[in-house]
Design a protein around this ligand. Structure first.
Ligand code: HEC
Length: 120
């Protein structure tokens, strides 16, 4: 049996997601298009998608430094630094060294990530 540390595992998952265009390991969207979105499921699915695709560059623990800006409190009330719409544009289109996710994640996956970011 291999002993694989969680860090190594996360790194491998991130790498394989990057190499395969993040299509193979995407989280399922929380809600069927016809069903009413369930906020708790959206946050849970968004956390999974964030951990797989974003955590490598964006820390969520206050004070932690990463390749991209720390997103702790980014969308959290009462003093968010960006509106959800602003964040969504950056996530979909990318910005400078931030890769674009508009073709790699579905609309509902991005909405779920935004729902999760509102909680951190
Ligand atoms: C390869 C590293 C990398 C990955 C992966 C990445 N980002 Fe970024 N992200 C960046 C960088 C760098 C910036 C800063 C862009 C700038 O303003 O020049 C950024 C900016 C942002 C911003 C705006 C932050 C601000 O205050 O200006 C948000 C929101 C964001 N990213 C969300 C995400 C989400 C959600 C994901 C996963 C779907 C993600 N990022 C994946 C590197 C990354």
């Amino acid at each position: 049996m291999f002993k694989t540390s969680l860090t190594t595992l996360l790194f491998v998952v991130f790498l394989s997601a990057a190499i395969h265009g993040a299509t193979a390991t995407q989280a399922q969207s929380a809600a069927k298009p016809s069903a009413k979105p369930n906020p708790k499921l959206m946050v849970a699915a968004g956390q999974e998608t964030f951990n797989k695709n974003c955590l490598a560059c964006h820390a969520l623990v206050a004070g932690q430094v990463g390749f991209g800006p720390n997103l702790n409190g980014e969308l959290k009330k009462p003093h968010p630094r960006k509106t959800p719409a602003e964040a969504k544009t950056i996530i979909k289109e990318g910005k400078n060294k931030m890769p674009a996710w508009g073709t790699k994640l579905s609309e509902s996956e991005i909405d779920n990530v935004i729902a999760y970011l509102k909680t951190v």
